[in-house]
Design a protein around this ligand. Structure first.
Ligand SMILES: [Fe+2]
Length: 318
């Protein structure tokens, strides 16, 4: 029986970064993304910022979010069994512009080509690998008011690269559980598409048998998870049912994340994936479009601790 293609594309990619200001300045001033939400992690008893960056409306598959972890004092280990690289889509004509812009901001850049796509590789200040990939036909609407004109600006996510020691269990997961299609290989990289495929719907695996495993705990310097968009809560329930039927019984219950509702599954290689459904109001559920990202939003779960949280979190100038 064919698997229905229920995993559509990326929704957001979430990182554990270093200092909050460093992360904020990197995404808004260097990458010229819009700060669409400033809130805190909904889990745990010690508050951690949750910062969202994306296009003008903070639409699905344009979102990169971060938990700045330096305040916690916890460092993470990068390695296998985790998403290692975050790739964002830029116009093909903008590859040279971005390499120059990154160098002007003090970043080391490396040109590369993979799966026939030209890219610029560099690192977030906390060490996470980033790529800007030249894509000719990306219809997503960029944010054009962040200091980079819209014809050169970032369009959204392109792909993630998950580092694995071997591919077999990840292939099983992508095929049977995540409605993925293997479409290409390039050296030690294997590319999967979900949904309609193409930019914003790519999962690459890089086979690195000699690398030790990465951290799972929230700590500075790793990608934490990749969230994928599904159509509605019924589809999400079907995804969970299917995962459990395949033996992935540690799929989480549905969690209300304020702007979307999510389930989480630890993939066999170790990388954490999420299947999420946006609420109709999206990022505007707690502040109007004109004020998106301009004020800190206390998570509902912490509402009774508002003053304590604001006192605790490290200062953030914006
Ligand atoms: Fe998430």
């Amino acid at each position: 029986m064919a698997q229905p293609a229920v995993i559509e594309r990326h929704h957001h990619i979430t990182l554990c970064t270093g200092g909050a200001q460093e992360d904020y300045d990197f995404h808004t001033k260097v990458l010229a993304m819009k700060s669409v939400k400033k809130t805190a992690l909904y889990d745990g008893d010690v508050p951690i910022y949750h910062l969202y960056y994306g296009n003008d409306l903070g639409e699905e598959s344009t979102l990169v979010t971060s938990f700045p972890m330096r305040q916690s004092g916890r460092k993470a280990r990068r390695g296998t069994g985790q998403t290692r690289t975050l790739a964002l889509s830029i116009p093909t004509s903008a590859v040279g512009f971005w390499a120059e812009r990154l160098r002007a901001h003090g970043f080391e850049t490396k040109p590369a080509e993979r799966f026939g796509e030209k890219l610029v590789a560099f690192q977030h200040p906390c060490g996470i690998d980033y790529e800007l990939v030249g894509i000719a036909d990306d219809a997503r609407k960029p944010y054009g008011a962040g200091g980079v004109p819209p014809e050169l600006a970032i369009r959204g996510t392109h792909g993630i690269t998950v580092s694995v020691r071997d591919l077999e269990s990840s292939e099983e997961f992508m095929h049977h559980a995540w409605s993925g299609r293997k479409i290409a290989t390039d050296r030690n990289y294997v590319r999967y598409h979900v949904g309609n495929g193409g930019t914003g719907a790519i999962v690459d695996f890089v086979i690195e048998p000699d690398l030790p495993p990465a951290s799972w705990m929230y700590g500075e310097g790793v990608v934490h998870h990749c969230a994928f968009q599904v159509a509605d809560l019924d589809v999400q329930a079907a995804v969970k049912f299917r995962l459990e039927g395949l033996g992935f019984t540690d799929t989480s219950d549905r969690k209300d994340r304020g702007y979307f509702q999510s389930i989480y599954v630890r993939t066999p290689a170790g990388a954490l994936f999420e299947a999420t459904v946006s609420k109709p109001e999206g990022m505007q559920i707690d502040e109007p479009y004109e004020k998106l990202g301009t004020a800190f939003q206390v998570p509902p779960v912490f509402a009774s601790r508002r003053d304590e949280i604001l006192e605790y979190l490290e200062p953030l100038a914006y």
